[in-house]
Design a protein around this ligand. Structure first.
Ligand SMILES: [Zn+2]
Length: 312
């Protein structure tokens, strides 16, 4: 079981034992900063619970295929994308998971199964659920209907209310080993050559999400707004530009934009150790602040001003 998931042996053992002993909980918290690893685990979990032909996942039945393609009607993603559909609003406007979204989820939870044996809900990011919506979820968790599995994704468990974390098992997804990232790249991006794959695996620091972003940015040659280091160190840039950039970055920011900057810094300043250390310190500190939910605008303002200062 879970052979398609890279690493995470401890978590695999825990869940496999629970499946074998029919002791699966109705909900879990999956923490860790690599969304790809967490999602691949839930997808496999959903396939095992719903497979039509095997007590594992056969990968061949209609259920397994639909779950793989994320089109199974009993697999639900409760996230900003879904919420933007429910509220008919731009996805960029979604900052918290609101009551109507959780009500939608509640309705789905108590409805009959469409065609599977288990209904699976992935709630992401769990730390952004509003307090009223949390209370609604608590009631569900206390008396869950049968055959429902809710997985809360978070990058920082500390930001979820204790009323939730104290009731659920938390599984921490560690960063992967170099070999695992390398294998994942080889499997998913067969057009990359051996050296490129090794280099990206090394720079990814054990995160498939970072590896994916590096591949995307490097090979699509994307010159987006998040190519910050290049902007600051190669272009003529003023303090007013900095505030504009910071504003753009803080709207719907993604923690991985810091990881990409770390990756860029390592590439750009590998010949200048002091510079590199200074910049890495700044970036890592900023990431810590973002993880603690400090206002992203303040974090990015300060980071970019410091970088600009350093360059001048
Ligand atoms: Zn199957």
């Amino acid at each position: 079981m879970f052979n398609s998931v890279f690493g995470q042996n401890e978590i695999k053992n825990i869940i496999v034992n629970q499946i074998k002993n029919k002791k699966i909980s109705c909900a879990y918290i999956f923490t860790g900063d690599d969304v790809i690893v967490k999602e691949s685990f839930v997808i496999e979990f959903a396939k095992i619970l719903n497979c039509e032909k095997s007590i594992y996942s056969c990968n061949n039945c209609i259920s397994c295929k639909k779950i793989d393609k994320r089109i199974h009607p009993d697999l639900h993603f409760i996230n900003f994308e879904k919420q933007s559909q429910i509220y008919e609003e731009d996805i960029k406007k979604q900052k918290t998971l609101k009551i109507r979204t959780i009500k939608y989820m509640q309705k789905k939870i108590f409805m009959k199964l469409y065609e599977g044996k288990y209904k699976i809900f992935i709630v992401d990011p769990a730390e952004k659920i509003t307090n009223i919506a949390i209370n609604m979820l608590l009631k569900i968790i206390e008396e869950p209907p049968k055959n429902v599995l809710i997985i809360f994704f978070t990058k920082n468990k500390e930001l979820i209310p204790k009323t939730i974390t104290s009731r659920l098992q938390t599984l921490f997804f560690k960063r992967l080993k170099f070999e695992d990232v390398f294998k994942w790249i080889a499997l998913n991006y067969p057009s990359l050559n051996f050296d490129e794959s090794r280099k990206i695996a090394k720079l990814s620091n054990g995160s498939l999400s970072i590896a994916k972003k590096i591949i995307y940015e490097t090979f699509n040659n994307i010159n987006n707004d998040f190519n910050i280091l290049k902007k600051i160190f190669n272009e003529k840039i003023y303090i007013s530009d900095i505030f504009e950039l910071s504003k753009k970055m803080s709207i719907n920011y993604d923690l991985e934009c810091i990881d990409i900057m770390i990756y860029d810094a390592k590439k750009k300043f590998c010949g200048n150790f002091n510079k590199l250390i200074y910049i890495l310190d700044l970036l890592i500190y900023s990431k810590k602040l973002l993880l603690k939910n400090v206002n992203p605008r303040i974090v990015f303002d300060s980071l970019l001003i410091n970088l600009l200062d350093f360059n001048n």
